[in-house]
Design a protein around this ligand. Structure first.
Ligand SMILES: Cc1cc2nc3c(=O)[nH]c(=O)nc-3n(C[C@H](O)[C@H](O)[C@H](O)COP(=O)(O)O)c2cc1C
Length: 284
């Protein structure tokens, strides 16, 4: 098994953590991390990813405390950073794989925080030896979180309304975008949808929309207006879609469903700023 705890519990217990103890990782834990991230080499759309555990050379250097994150992350000594080769759905592939890693870190009892905007690509780039056809969509600190959240963390969370999620009626639909999908109509599969709903997303915008037609679930991205202008270096809302796919896959598997991702766009009237991503036929 990939995780020692049910993935549903990991999803429910994960939250972004922005302050860390200045304590190096135990060597055994460190090896487990290195081993796990090394295995995440390809996303569901087939783009190659590679991840690296970045360690600060000198934990005692105070001015290092905000290394690479504009002070958004306090005292982290380690980061998981990676690259993906550019292609058609590379943002989604990276989102999928880094979220899997983040859930694994949660399983290991470690704190994490997706960072797509507030980190310096220029500082991480050389450490990752980014190739000409590669990009760094996002990274995450990893380490022992402090017992309580730092004030700055609380302010960020308040600003992004991080504790809340959109109601399911605006996220999941039955047959078309004009009909919300009632929990009963989703049946046993509702568990999977709820776990997609709890996923982290850039600025907590939750751009995932899912339309159920028969035993097919069609995933759409509904972009937040002007959001892509804020972070130009990465399409973070497509990274969010990869994160949703990761939750979908892991929870579907855990709850006994099988199936695979296919490109089979239905002919639907789309809401403004919505675009089709991928579909999943559910067997189970
Ligand atoms: C793709 C992506 C990029 C993110 N970028 C940042 C960031 O640059 N800085 C930050 O403080 N948080 C960032 N976050 C964290 C989100 O704000 C957070 O996931 C969201 O508010 C929900 O809170 P939770 O993770 O505690 O559930 C990012 C999250 C995702 C998924």
């Amino acid at each position: 098994m990939e995780f020692s705890q049910p993935v549903i519990e990991l999803i429910e217990s994960r939250s972004s953590w922005r302050s860390y103890k200045s304590q190096p990782l135990e060597p055994e834990l460190r090896s487990q991390i290195v081993e796990y991230i090394k295995q995440q080499t390809q996303g569901p759309f087939g783009h190659n990813t590679r991840f690296q555990l970045i360690e600060k050379d000198d934990p005692l250097r105070i001015d290092n405390a905000s290394f690479g994150t504009y002070g958004f992350i306090k005292n982290a000594l380690n980061f998981i950073a990676g690259v993906v080769e550019k292609g058609t759905r590379h943002w989604e592939d990276y989102g999928y794989n880094l979220e899997k890693i983040i859930l694994k870190m949660t399983d290991l009892g470690l704190g994490t925080c997706w960072l797509g905007g507030t980190f310096k690509r220029s500082e991480f780039g050389p450490l990752l030896k980014v190739g000409v056809n590669e990009v760094i969509p996002a990274i995450s600190p990893v380490g022992y979180g402090t017992a309580s959240r730092a004030i700055r963390d609380r302010v960020i969370r308040w600003g992004a309304k991080s504790r809340t999620r959109r109601p399911r009626e605006v996220m999941f639909f039955d047959g078309s975008f004009s009909r919300p999908l009632p929990a009963v109509a989703a049946g046993k599969f509702d568990r999977v949808l709820n776990m997609v709903r709890l996923a982290p997303s850039a600025s907590n915008r939750q751009p995932w929309r899912i339309v159920k037609i028969g035993n097919m679930f069609h995933l759409y991205l509904k972009r937040a207006r002007n959001y892509s202008e804020m972070v130009k270096a990465a399409d973070l809302q497509r990274v969010d879609m990869g994160i949703a796919m990761c939750h979908f896959d892991l929870v579907a598997r855990e709850t006994g469903f099988t199936g695979k991702w296919v490109e089979q766009e239905p002919n639907l009237d789309l809401p403004e700023l919505a675009e089709y991503i991928v579909s999943r036929k559910i067997i189970g």
